[in-house]
Design a protein around this ligand. Structure first.
Ligand code: 13P
Length: 256
């Protein structure tokens, strides 16, 4: 059984001072985390370096919210996988719906980014999910299969290369109302099937974790991670305050 994972995506919410305070409080409050739960925080690019120094002491890992696919060169404003690795990132969020929505990111870009991240030894967290309109048109499952397949097709994976796929229904993000855990479980099963169509079964079992994100908070978190194909959560708003963050961890640790 894969290790459960809790990923906090702090989006564009915290500056340096606030990030430092939050990390210090989390390190203080989460000393007793055991091996069966992995915790990752994804702060803004500008604070990654400072976060990395602070996290050397504890059991929380570092991820970034995006990456570019080229190694170096004339790409103003972009950050390469090597740069992230250099400052201590282990994870990288790729294809988040907010980047798809506001910056026009496509499945092809997600594909390039995953390839580049893997080459540098980073663990990609690929986000997939349908918009409200796609759902109303009855396209949900098709969209999920397409996003997973286009992002991963043709990328070969070594036995040890980990990848995380996060199902994040776009219309639920930041709404305060998560989907029902059984629906997330059903969709994660669809994601798993898409992976089985791309990779040998043992690679799917060993390399991939499929998680859920979208209005997860301490009142619902347990009901998600108890489900069989939900290996963890990706949390936005509820991970910005120490008390809520620790409350969520306390609810799920250890449940499996
Ligand atoms: P919320 O938890 O605020 O809904 O955000 C989810 C998300 O987008 C995490 O990547």
């Amino acid at each position: 059984m894969p290790k459960m994972i809790f990923i906090a995506n702090w989006k564009m919410n915290l500056g340096l001072k606030e990030t430092v305070i939050l990390i210090k409080q989390l390190l203080g409050g989460l000393k007793k985390i055991k091996n069966n739960l992995e915790i990752v925080i994804c702060p803004s690019f500008t604070v990654l370096s400072e976060a990395s120094k602070l996290l050397k002491k504890g059991n929380i890992k570092l991820g970034s919210q995006d990456v570019f696919w080229e190694e170096k060169g004339a790409y103003t404003g972009n950050i390469s996988p090597k740069m992230l690795k250099e400052i201590g990132c282990e994870y990288v969020i790729i294809g988040h719906s907010e980047r798809r929505q506001y910056l026009g990111e496509t499945d092809e870009m997600a594909h390039q980014k995953i390839k580049a991240a893997i080459k540098e030894g980073l663990i990609p967290i690929l986000c997939v999910g349908e918009t409200f309109e796609e759902r109303q048109e009855g396209q949900k499952d098709y969209i999920i299969i397409k996003q997973v397949t286009k992002a991963l097709e043709g990328i070969s994976l070594s036995r040890g290369q980990k990848i995380i796929i996060a199902y994040e229904p776009v219309w639920v993000i930041g709404s305060g109302q998560a989907v029902k855990p059984e629906e997330a479980e059903y969709t994660n099963q669809i994601i798993k099937q898409s992976l089985i169509d791309l990779y040998p079964r043992d690679i799917v079992e060993q390399n991939f974790r499929i998680i859920y994100g979208g209005s997860v908070d301490s009142s619902v978190i347990k009901s998600f991670v108890e489900r069989s194909v939900i290996d963890g959560v990706l949390v936005g708003g509820a991970s910005l305050k120490t008390k809520d963050f620790i409350k969520m961890i306390n609810k799920i640790h250890p449940v499996k």
